[in-house]
Each structure stands twice: as C-alpha cells, then as structure tokens.
Ligand binder design. Structure first.
Ligand SMILES: Cc1ncc(COP(=O)(O)O)c(C=O)c1O
Length: 433
C-alpha cells in the first residue's frame, strides 16, 4: 500500500484521494457472491427516491422531472423507419464486431466530425459498435485492468462528480478509484497536478468526460494534450466519454475530441486513446442502445475478444437504424436548436435569482443552491412538484470536500414549455427561501 493511499486496515482500503473505499470485504453481499458487489453505492435515483419518500407534491401542479438526463425530444422518424424496415434481421444472430456498413458509417461520421484527415479511422480495426456507452464504459475497465501488474491495487483516475458507471466499473474490476474534484476552483477540470507520482505509477485507466456531466465543461486541446502526456509517461489508457459532444451552443465551435487532439499531437494509431460516443443524446434515441468506441486498435482487438464473451452484439435492426442516424446531421442541428432555445429561456428566468451559469455544452444546469442540496430538492418537490437531483448524489467526499454539495443538477430535457414552467416554479420557490 502506498503512502498516498493511506493505511490498509483489516483489508479496508482507506484514504485514496481522501476516500473510504472498502474493496475487500463485503458489506451487504449475499454469501457466495462476488464480494466486490458490497462496495457499490446505491444509484443516485434510488437515493432520490429515498429522499422523497413520504413527500406528497401539490396535486394541482403537474410533475416536471429535471432529475434524469433522458432526452425527451422526438426520435428522428427516418431512423424509426429504418428500424422497422429491418425487423427481419431478428432471425439472425448478430456478430459482436457489428456489420461492416455500420462500422463504416461510424468511421465516416467520426472522421468528418473530428477532422481525422491525416489518420482516418479504419472501420476494420479502430471502431466497435456498442450497446450504448454505459455498458462500454463499464466493460472497458473489466477488460483493461490487470490486477497482477501492480503489487498494490491498480488505480483508475476519474473526475468527481462523475457518471456513476466509472466508479462501479473501477470497483468491480478490482481497481481503486482515485477521484479528482472538479470545482469552480479548478475551472471544473481535473487538477491532474494533485495526483501523487505513486498513484500515477499504479494508474491503468483514466476516465474523462467532455462535455462533462454534470458540469458541462468542455476540455480544450491543451487539456487533452496534458492528459495524453501523462498517459504516455505513466503508461495508461484514456477512456474519453464524449457522449454529449453533439449538444453544444455555437454551431461554429463544436467541442474538440480526444482523437482530434491525438492526431494533432502526431500520435500513431491513436495509441492509448479510446473515445465513447452515443446516439442517445445526439439523436434522441436512448432506448435504441447504440453507440461506439473508437481509437487504439491493439486495445480494441482485445476488447472485442472480451465483448464476444460478454455477449453484447447489437441486434441487426438496431444496426440498420444506427447507420441511418450516423449518416444524418440535419436532425442533430435541429436538436441543438431546441436545447439552445431552452437554455436561453430558462436562464433568463433563473439567472437573476440563482447562482447559475450557461454550461459550455451538454444539457445540464449545475447551479449552486442557497440551502443544503438535499433540502432544496425535497422542498422544491414538496412545494412545486419539480424534481432535480442533489449534486452530492453524483459525487463523493474527497480531498476534504464534497464537490457536489450545495449544488443540484437540472436536466433541460423536457419540452420548452415544461422547462419554462419549471424555471418559473423554481424562481417562485427561491423567493420563499
Ligand atoms: C456522462 C455519461 N456517459 C455515458 C452515458 C450513457 O449513455 P448511453 O449508454 O445512453 O450511451 C450517460 C447517460 O446519461 C452519461 O451521462
């Protein structure tokens, strides 16, 4: 156990990044089951349900949910038609690698979107379709983490707050999560200078999320270059979660991505880089379960072997629908216009009464709350029937603070009318505090 990771007390790993992770002994695991399950935290929406238990919202106000990041704009009709037209494909087993036509559509999209002109993605070796980025972000850790490689436990570095899958993936792979707080003080970026050398030495994977959930921060070329330099120096893989990359405000300035930066740095074969993209937010198809992973061919070759055993091939109609979606940009521009209108309208109502900023991208607001975030959430629901998510449910206490405390996450996923109505109710609620 390294000094930076604290003491090893009866198998309990404590103190890494100031975190109490008990990775060794089960807390509540059923006998005979994987003891690491005992380290998993309850999912934020379970905690929200617990928080709101027994609270009855006013019946005369319709419920408005800003708590879940589930896109609610209409799915593109031509994608649904492609899905319906391919139902006969259900009588075949799909291959895990996906059909060549899908991998080509994905590579064409990514090459155009990220200007990968010098090193265009090879659909044969550098692209894998996945059943949504969630499962892929989870399974990549299971495939990559090598528990024999370090005498101490391997480490996965990730932001705090974070998409909950990163933590669960790390814990179940047998790695220790090392959390880096992303707060106003760090301009909502991971302050990588805080990571001790002995932690870097044990790091096998780094999750980064850009645009970020929940902060909306977009990493710059320089931010990605800094991460890449660390990955080279300390021999780890970067998993760049870019599933919000198509939800941005300025049509002329889309968020930069890891592969784009790798190409600019002259990285051959996107070594150490994997990007994760999804149709869920880009194309309003969260139920389709379709996305892709692209980058380092050597990693993807082994990851495909892993995935073959996991059994997560995309059904043929899903693949056909995905080809149609990746090949169209008009619906994505329209989607962005809808979000832009909602942020304009909601911020006009909330900015005068709440400490809230327009995010750089994505569809979340991450305001500071004038009272405790749990109390804010419960009272807002009790008085206005509007649901938000306490920020601390998305983060852990680390480095002496909980970066989600005194914040809530609001997903502007409902219709413009509903978002405006929600903003007015939140404003009315704030005026009672
Ligand atoms: C940061 C982040 N990554 C990944 C996902 C997973 O998206 P999907 O599995 O639908 O591609 C989500 C979903 O909310 C997310 O917020």
């Amino acid at each position: 156990m390294s000094a930076a990771a604290g003491q090893n007390v009866a198998g309990a790993v404590t103190g890494i990044g100031g975190l109490p992770y008990n990775l060794v002994f089960p807390k509540h695991t059923t006998a005979g089951m994987n003891s690491r399950l005992g380290a998993l935290q309850p999912y934020p929406f379970q905690r929200l349900a617990d928080l709101l238990q027994g609270v009855t919202p006013p019946a005369h106000l319709s419920p408005i949910r800003l708590s879940i990041g589930e896109p609610q704009h209409a799915a593109p009709p031509f994608v649904l038609e492609a899905l319906a037209a391919s139902l006969k494909g259900l009588s075949q087993y799909p291959v895990t690698k996906g059909e060549a036509a899908l991998r080509t559509a994905i590579a064409d999209w990514a090459n155009a979107r990220f200007q990968l002109t010098q090193h265009p993605l090879d659909p044969e070796r550098q692209v894998l379709p996945v059943a949504g980025t969630r499962e892929a972000l989870f399974s990549i850790a299971q495939a990559v983490v090598d528990r024999r490689a370090h005498a101490d436990q391997p480490v996965i570095v990730m932001p705090n707050p974070f998409y909950q899958i990163y933590e669960g993936a790390a814990l179940l792979s047998g790695a220790r999560p090392y959390l880096l707080n992303t707060t106003e003080a760090t301009r909502f970026r991971m302050d990588v200078a805080r990571v001790p050398e002995d932690i870097w030495a044990q790091t096998q994977l780094l999750y980064v999320c850009s645009p970020g959930n929940p902060t909306g921060t977009v990493l710059t070329q320089a931010d990605f270059a800094q991460l890449y330099a660390l990955a080279e120096k300390h021999d780890f893989l970067i998993a760049s979660d870019e599933c919000y990359s198509e939800i941005y405000f300025d049509e002329a300035h889309p968020p930069v991505g890891l592969l784009q930066v790798a190409q600019a740095l002259g990285v051959r074969d996107y070594r150490r880089c994997l990007v994760f993209h999804s149709l869920s937010k880009r194309s309003n198809l969260p139920g389709l379960r379709s996305g892709f992973v692209a980058g380092d061919a050597a990693v993807l070759e082994q990851y495909l072997l892993y995935r073959t055993y996991q059994g997560c091939a995309l059904p043929p109609p899903t693949q056909a629908a995905s080809i149609a979606a990746w090949r169209d940009e008009a619906h994505v521009r329209d989607n962005r216009a809808q979000y832009r209108a909602k942020f304009d309208a909601v911020l006009e109502i909330l900015a005068p009464v709440l400490d809230v900023q327009r995010p750089e991208a994505g569809f979340y607001l991450w305001p500071r709350t004038p009272i405790d975030e749990g109390e804010f959430t419960r009272r807002l629901y009790a008085e206005q029937n509007v649901l938000v998510l306490p920020g601390s449910y998305l983060s852990r206490h680390a480095q002496g603070e909980n970066p989600g405390a005194r914040r809530v996450r609001m997903a502007l996923v409902a219709s413009l009318t509903q978002c405006v109505e929600a903003a007015q109710r939140i404003r009315a609620f704030l005026q009672t505090l």
